[in-house]
Design a protein around this ligand. Structure first.
Ligand code: UD1
Length: 420
C-alpha cells in the first residue's frame, strides 16, 4: 500500500491541466455494451476506477486498452453477462453494466453493491426504472438478475435525483422498443455527457440537460469516438488547494460553467477568480472568510467537494457549517482532521468547522476518495509533515495528484508501506 508524506507550508503558484472526469468516464465506458465494435474515449483519466471498470468490461469479453488518455474499447466479442462481486465490491459504478446488458442481450447478473464508507447507498431506483421498462428482476445470493427479451419504453419518474439511476435507466431506454419519458433525471454534467454520447451513437433523446428526457428507442446503435468532459471535482480540489495556500494558480482545460456553485463560494470566502474560456485563475492573499455550504444535486454545491471545503474552512476567520444533504454521514474525515489539531464538531447531516486552530502534522488515515483529498489539503497547510495512509482511495479518482500539485509548489512524496 502507498502513503503520502505531505510537507506543509508551501504556496502553490503556476498552471495545472485538469484531467477528464472520472465520473463521466465511468458513465461513458459501459456504452460499449450497447453496440458491437471499436469505441475510442478521448481525455480518459488514468486512475484506478478506470482500470477497475476496464477489468470489469474485460470480464464480459470487451477488449480495453488505455493509450495515453485515449481508451479503446472493442466490444465485438461480448461473451458474459455477469458482473462478479470481486469487481463490484471495488467500485459501485460497476452496476452501470446492468441497464446496457439487459437492454441489448436480454439478460444480466450483477453483484449487489454493498454500503460504502460514507453510509448506505441503495440501488432501488436503478431496479425500479428497469422494471418499469419491463425487466424481470430478482435477487439471489447477493446478485441482481435481470431479464427481458426486449425492453419496452414507458414513463418513469425518479423519486429522488440520482446520477447512477439516471445513467443506468437512460442506457436501457435507448434500446427499448417505443417511447420512454424519464422525469426528475439528474442533470449532473456527467449524465448530460452520457446523453450526448448516446445521441452520437444513434440514440434519439430530447431534453438533454433538463430533468425530463424523451427517448425514442432504436433497434441498434453504432460505436463512436467521444471526448470526455473535464473533471469538475478535481478542478474544485485544486482551486481550494490554491486558496488554502494563498496561492496563484491557473487551471487549464476546465469547464467553468460546471463549477459555478464552487466558484461563487470561493469568491464569498475572499478569493479572486478570473474565468477566461476553459481556464480559471484563482488568487488568494488572506485568510478566508467563514462560508457555509450545503450540498445539493447539480447545479448545487457538489457533495464530492464537501470534505475539501471543510479542510479550507479550518483556516477561516470564524466558524462555518458544512452540511451534506446527499450523504448525511459523509464526515468520516473529521476525526482524521482532528488529529491534525482541527476544531470540528459533527451534528446530524453537518459539521461545524471552527477556523483558526493551529494545525500540526500527524499520521492520518484515508477513509474514502474525497476524504483523502481533504487530508492532503490540510497536510499542505499544517506545520511539519503529515503522513497520509491508504492513498489507494485517492488514486481511485485522481490522476497523479501529487505530481500535479508538486509541479506548482507542493511537497508531497509517495512511499510504499507495509501496512495492511
Ligand atoms: C454519483 C457519483 C458520486 C457522487 C454522487 C452524488 C459516480 C460514479 N459517482 O454517485 O461521486 O457523490 O453521484 O453526486 O458518478 N439513492 C437512492 N436510491 C438509488 C440511488 C441513489 O436512494 O437507487 C440516493 C443515494 O443514497 C443518495 C442520492 O440518492 O442519497 C444520490 O445518489 P446518486 O446520485 O445515485 O449517487 P451515485 O450515482 O451512487
Amino acid at each position: 500500500m502507498d502513503k503520502f508524506i505531505v510537507e506543509g507550508g508551501h504556496r502553490l503558484n503556476g498552471r495545472i491541466t485538469v484531467s477528464g472526469a472520472k465520473n463521466a468516464s465511468l458513465a461513458l465506458m459501459p456504452t460499449c455494451l450497447l453496440a458491437p465494435g471499436v469505441f475510442h474515449l478521448d481525455n480518459t483519466p488514468n486512475n484506478r476506477d478506470v482500470w477497475t471498470f476496464s477489468r470489469l468490461l474485460g470480464s464480459l469479453g470487451v477488449h480495453a486498452e488505455l493509450n495515453g488518455h485515449t481508451l479503446l474499447l472493442d466490444s465485438t466479442n461480448i461473451n458474459s453477462f455477469e458482473a462478479p462481486y470481486e469487481h463490484v465490491k471495488k467500485m459501485r459504478a460497476s452496476i452501470y453494466v446492468l441497464g446496457p446488458l439487459v437492454a441489448r442481450f436480454g439478460q444480466a447478473r450483477v453483484s449487489l453493491p454493498g454500503g460504502c464508507n460514507f453510509g448506505p447507498r441503495p440501488v432501488d431506483l436503478h431496479l425500479k426504472g428497469l422494471e418499469k421498462l419491463g425487466a424481470q428482476i430478482s435477487i439471489d445470493g447477493g446478485y441482481i438478475n435481470a431479464s427481458c427479451p426486449r425492453l419496452q419504453g414507458a414513463p418513469f419518474h425518479f423519486d429522488i435525483s440520482s446520477v447512477g439511476a439516471s445513467v443506468n435507466v437512460m442506457m436501457a431506454a435507448v434500446l427499448a422498443k417505443g417511447h420512454t419519458t424519464l422525469t426528475n433525471v439528474a442533470i449532473e454534467p456527467e449524465v448530460t455527457a452520457l446523453a450526448r454520447m448516446l445521441v452520437s451513437m444513434g440514440a434519439n433523446i430530447e431534453g438533454i440537460g433538463t430533468t425530463t428526457l424523451e427517448i425514442d428507442g432504436v433497434d441498434e446503435l453504432r460505436p463512436v469516438r467521444h471526448d470526455t468532459i473535464p473533471d469538475r471535482i478535481e478542478a474544485a480540489t485544486f482551486l481550494i488547494a490554491a486558496a488554502m495556500t494563498r496561492g496563484d494558480v491557473t487551471l487549464d482545460h476546465v469547464n467553468p460553467y460546471h463549477l459555478t456553485a464552487v466558484i461563487q463560494k470561493l469568491e464569498e470566502s475572499g478569493a479572486e477568480l478570473d474565468v477566461a474560456g476553459d481556464t480559471i485563475r484563482i488568487t488568494m492573499n488572506d485568510a478566508p472568510n467563514a462560508v457555509d455550504i450545503t450540498t445539493a444535486p447539480y447545479p448545487g454545491y457538489p457533495t464530492d467537494s464537501q470534505a475539501q471545503w471543510a479542510a479550507y474552512m479550518l483556516l477561516a476567520k470564524g466558524a462555518s457549517r458544512v452540511r451534506d444533504t446527499i450523504y448525511p454521514t459523509r464526515f468520516g474525515y473529521v476525526p482524521e482532521l482532528q488529529r491534525l489539531g482541527a476544531d470540528i464538531e459533527t451534528g446530524d447531516m453537518y459539521c461545524v468547522v471552527k477556523g483558526g486552530a493551529h494545525l500540526s502534522g500527524a499520521t492520518v488515515m484515508s477513509s474514502d476518495l474525497r476524504a483523502s483529498a481533504s487530508l492532503v489539503l490540510a497536510g499542505m497547510v499544517a506545520e511539519g509533515s503529515t503522513e497520509i495512509l491508504r492513498v489507494y482511495h485517492l488514486d481511485r479518482g485522481y490522476e497523479s495528484l501529487e505530481h500535479k500539485l508538486n509541479a506548482v509548489g507542493a511537497r508531497i512524496r509517495r512511499e510504499r508501506t507495509e501496512e495492511f
